[in-house]
Design a protein around this ligand. Sequence first.
Ligand SMILES: [Mg+2]
Length: 231
Amino acid sequence: MIRTVLMDYDSTIHDMDGVMERSLEGVLGYSGEELYRIWVYDVHRALIHTRYLERHDDAMFHCRLLFDQLRLPFDQKAAEEICAKFDEAKTKAQEDPIYYPDAIPALDSLREMGLNICLSTGFGAEAKAKTLERRTGKRYFTETFSETRLGVWKTEPEYYRKALSILGAKTSETVSVGDTPLSDIRPAKLVGIWTIWVNRNMEEKPSSPDQQPDYETRNLREAARIIKGID
Ligand SMILES: [Mg+2]
């Protein structure tokens, strides 16, 4: 039976993808959707996550790889513009987020089940939780975890070990819910936590066995139903 839910935020609760797609529209002559897709899949996941994890949050380094990927000469000014857009999006995620329509109803039903819901995100955990509380008038998260608080990347199993230790939670009674196999699934799975992959964009399943989730869903309402059914 699940008692604790570690809930990711960006692209799980808040529509970070939509924000970035609109923000990148027309940059380097690409549609926002296409450029963001290349950034996320061909640069961030295919290169940063596999070879340059220490540059995970280095937007300018991402830009260098992006220009290589697009076979364009590096353009400092355009790269700075792209970095500024990511910075703006990070601020927006904390101060002016766009919640997916299924997010709040799912959080409500998890709360009704009496579960301990914790925000588990990379950055800005406190601000993200406060904005959600201000918007809804409800306090959903009993704890907020970020890489700053825990002192490790969310891609590391240590992130989850530390969160469990603070909570005094058992692995068999805890589930990690999120959109990114490398930070929401793999490290949680390695410490023995249940995992639910929120695959909103119908991505292909990750090929690496350690990134394969226990469950896969389209949205958070479905995730809440799955959590209810875990023995
Ligand atoms: Mg995410």
